[in-house]
Design a protein around this ligand. Structure first.
Ligand SMILES: [Zn+2]
Length: 247
């Protein structure tokens, strides 16, 4: 990993490559890096819901010692992604269908509120930044690159929440959002959902650019509702569920 020398105090120019960097330029504490890697492993299904996290295997995989790994686990536990049990270590959270549905509803409401607040504050640079993220994401969608698409999708949603400028909302979203990231990821494997999601993102961008808070809030709520519908039709790996209650 390259370490950036801090010669420039001026913000770098806005460029797609800057915006799509997965990791910030500044060197972060090891446990934060580890938490990010573990989040990706959970979201992408490498660590399955209900699976016990084997410390040694993960340390080897990430090239870490146990101390930062354990610190990372505490971060993930606070986000509801893993549960920590004395003498058993960490287990990947396994939410019930009711917990998942309830969380989607709350996240939908938080994002809708974020949209309403954001339109009051965004400037043209913010909208341009969102547009760049959007087109990068769209490119991955046309290429069928789901993990890359999904990281940008997360960034778009997080950025929108940040643009609300409401710290309580931002923190609440960070605490709750993680627990349904896996479901948000697999939802796109449901027939037609990925294209539908991309279309909804186009409408979001239009509403943001038009600074139409009500329209943006409606689309965000719909986006999360449609995602939940997709999740209810598939199993945890994204395969169609034959016993889906919604059929
Ligand atoms: Zn989205």
């Amino acid at each position: 990993m390259t370490e950036r020398t801090d010669t420039s105090r001026v913000a770098p120019p806005l460029a797609a490559t800057e915006l799509t960097q997965q990791r910030p330029q500044r060197r972060r504490p090891l446990h934060e890096e580890a938490a990010e890697r573990l989040r990706d492993m959970i979201v992408e299904g490498e660590l399955a819901p209900g699976e016990r996290v084997r410390e040694q295997a993960v340390c080897d995989r990430l090239g870490l010692s146990r101390t930062p790994l354990r610190e990372a686990m505490k971060v993930l536990a606070a986000e509801g992604l893993v549960t920590l049990q004395p003498n058993r270590g960490a287990t990947v959270a396994d939410l019930s269908p009711a917990d998942i549905a309830d969380t989607f509803k709350v996240i939908g409401a938080l994002e809708a509120l974020a949209g309403e607040l954001a339109v009051e504050r965004v400037d043209d640079d913010d909208i341009a930044e969102m547009r760049v993220l959007h087109y990068q994401m769209a490119l991955h969608q046309t290429r069928g690159e789901l993990p890359e698409y999904f990281r940008l999708n997360q960034r778009v949603h997080e950025r929108l929440v940040e643009l609300s400028g409401n710290q309580v909302l931002i923190e609440t979203y960070r605490q709750l959002g993680g627990r349904i990231q896996r479901q948000r990821f697999v939802a796109n494997r449901w027939a037609g959902r990925w294209e539908q999601a991309m279309h909804e993102h186009e409408q979001m961008l239009d509403a943001l650019a038009a600074r139409d808070g009500r329209r943006l809030a409606d689309i965000l709520r719909l986006h999360l509702d449609n995602k939940l519908t997709a999740v209810e039709h598939i199993d945890r790996d994204g395969r169609p569920r034959h016993d889906a209650a919604a059929d």
